[in-house]
Structure formats: structure tokens, C-alpha cells
Design a protein around this ligand. Sequence first.
Ligand code: GDP
Ligand code: MG
Length: 437
Amino acid sequence: LSEKLQNVFKNLRSKGRLTESDVKAAMKEVKRALLEADVNFKVVKTFIKAVQDRAVGQDVLNGLNPGQMVIKIVKEEMEALMGSTTTEIQLKPGNEITVILMAGLQGAGKTTTTAKIAGKYKQKGKRPLLVACDVYRPAAIKQLQVNGEKQGVPVFSMGDKMNPVDIAKASIEHAAKNGNNIVILDTAGRLHIDEDMMTELIAIKQAVDVHQTILVVDAMTGQDAVNVAKDFNEKVGVDGVIITKMDGDTRGGAALSIRSVTGKPILYIGMGEKLDDLQQFYPDRMTSRILGMGDVLTLIEKAEATVDEEKALEMQQKLRKASFTFDDFLEQMEQVKKMGGLADMLSMIPGLGNQLKGADLDDSMMDRTASIIYSMTKEERATPEIINPSRRKRIADGAGVPISEVNKLCKQFQNQKKMMKQMSGMFGGKGGKKGRF
Ligand code: GDP
Ligand code: MG
């Protein structure tokens, strides 16, 4: 941490809980940011209300002022709303043919995105087939053929005299004969929501076994994105959304609007006209982009890191005094979970890998371990030495596990205590340097 920042932290320490007026004031800023990012105003209203209710009364994290604390909560809620993880297009198992229907308004980027996705699948060893179902727009078929060729992926077309439903049906037979296992139907859009377009999409879905319907939306649609997404989802049914033209200067509020109104995952974002400009959708990155407020968000991350560091230091001191308890053990597990898995983390510490061989380090093990610790009394957690065989039996019964698991945990705990002691010796002796484990 730079000195300047440390001073800021000192001044802002311990401001207590968020009051209603703290929250209201900060929410004004948030509202402005969201509207500027083109999040639909109704979505903004609902979202703000929900966060406001949650934020009042929460503790202010060390290193943040109340306004920043509200933004931290906003950020968390937005990430949660947007899905908290990445989502993939669902494929059928094995070599079964997966049919993907691309839907969206004209100019949204369906044809381009169709070719982009095909390229991704080809790289993964799948055998995609692109199908030209847009028989209305002049040159639409040619566009798909050119893109398909660039990607080295075959394109199925029957010209512009056939109807899209028949083309779709024929394309599945073609795929089956030619060993294609993913069929992507590039359909025709219209400039606005239009009954004919919806009817056509529904007819295609009735005629062939569409496994995934992907809605393609232009990020620049702004406020209107909600209506588009809602309509497509209600009439045709949508499984996932791709937002294109995120390479422009829009902040991408459409992502939040669409997700909150349809509840459907955002899969990818289009980042340019070139065929490899397609990126996985990351809720946290999108949140930062929509909120703007780069400086505040960085500060929040720093404050979070500081808290973790403080905890780690505290733990180290406990170890030095050999007062490591089962409660600490629990807390440590929680931290590790937060940081993305024990095995990953420990493998980065030299010389430790071997000592841990054979220990099951997955999340379900952590959950079982937690339930055993929860079955201990306060006293037992604080002074593990008192856990004798009869206590072990009681703990095992309480947690619903065999007594052997409790024995194993006690042993593990002792080992860990020993190991941690050694490690705390490795990191900065007399409390001078900071270190983590
Ligand atoms: P369709 O009518 O839905 O099939 O849309 P197209 O695929 O024909 O795309 C319409 C226009 O948007 C074309 O000029 C594309 O090059 C452009 N486009 C598509 N996706 C993106 C994107 O992610 N970024 C940018 N900048 N342009 C895109
Ligand atoms: Mg098109």
C-alpha cells in the first residue's frame, strides 16, 4: 500500500453502521451511474430499492467511508444479479446433434455472431454447420457463406426461394448425413419487434428440435433492450443472451436490464467485427463497466484485501502463541474457500505440496469438516485437548458421521497446527513483515 492510501485508510477507520441517509445519498450517485450506462429506468428503480433495503444497518468495512461501503454492496448485488459465474451454451451429450437457434432484431449481429460461435466450436473439435435461414435480406446468404468460409465451417443454404422452416428441417438431415454435431440456424431479424418474425421463429422451433435459443442484442439498444429481450423471451423462449458491439463506448447497461428482466444468462459479449472478437461474459467485469467509478472500485478491492491481510496476521499471532483453535480452523477454511480452493492455494507454497498429499482438499470435504466442528461445544473448539473418546462419539453422532471421521479431523487439526507453527516461523519473525498462509 502506498503511504498516501494508508493515511486515507487510517482516517476512515471504524465509521460504524450505514444509516438511512448514508445509503440515500450514495444511491443518488449509483442511480445516476446506472442511467448513464443506459440501464432501463424501471430496472434501476427496482434494483435501487432492493439494495437500499439491504444496505441500511450494515457495518462499514475498515478503510471505506459510508458512501464507498454502499457502492461495495451495490457491486456485490449487481454481480449476484448478473449470474456470479460464467455460463456456456448447453450442448447435447456425446455426438447427438445440438440445434442452436439465433434470434434477434435486424443488425443486432446474428450472422456475425453465428460465425464467431462456429469458430469457437471448431476449435474445440466439434463439427458445426451454419444454416442460412434469412431469406429476406438481400445478400444475407452470401454474408453467411463468406463468414463460414473464413472460419472453415460449412454453410447450408437452399437459396432465398424456400421457406425458413423447410430449410431448417432439411439442414438437420444434412447434418446427420455429413457428421455435423452442432447446427446453428441464422435467422432473419426485423428492424422492430414484429409478429411475422416471432411467428417464423416459433414455427422453426416447432418443426425442428431446437436445443438452445440464443438471443443476440446490440449493446447500443440502450433502454429499449429490455423490451426486446422481454418480448423474445415471452413469445419465442430464450435460453441465453449474447450482447454485441460492446467494443463501442456504451457502458453496457443492457446487460443488467436484460438479465434482471428475463433472468436468462448472458453468455458472451461481442467485442468487434472480426470473427474472433467474442468474449466470455464475466459478471464482475461487466459490473465495473456499468458502474464506472473505477477509482472507487479499486479502493474497495484494496480495503477487502486489507481485511483479509489483517485476519491472516491475527491468525499468525495466534499460532505463535499456539492458541490455534477449531474456530480458527473453521474461519481459515472459509477464507480458503473464498480464495478459490485449498489445493490451488497450497500448491503455490514451496515445499508444502508433499506434506498435504493424500488429504482430500475439495469443497465437499470442507463442508463435512465444518459440520463436525459445528457439533463441538464452545469449550471443545477452544481447547481441543479435552476432546476424549466419549466426546468424539457424541460429536460424530451430532454431525451424522462415523467416529473415524472425527478422529481423522482431530489428527488433521493437530498436524495443521504443527505445520502452521513451522510456517509462521518462515514468515517475518517478530511481527515485522506481513505474510499470508
Ligand atoms: P444481423 O442482421 O443480426 O445478422 O447482424 P450482422 O451480423 O449482419 O451485423 C450487423 C453489423 O454489426 C455488421 O456490420 C457487423 O459487422 C456488426 N457487428 C456485429 N457484431 C459486432 C460487434 O461485436 N462489434 C462491432 N463493432 N460490430 C459488430
Ligand atoms: Mg443476418
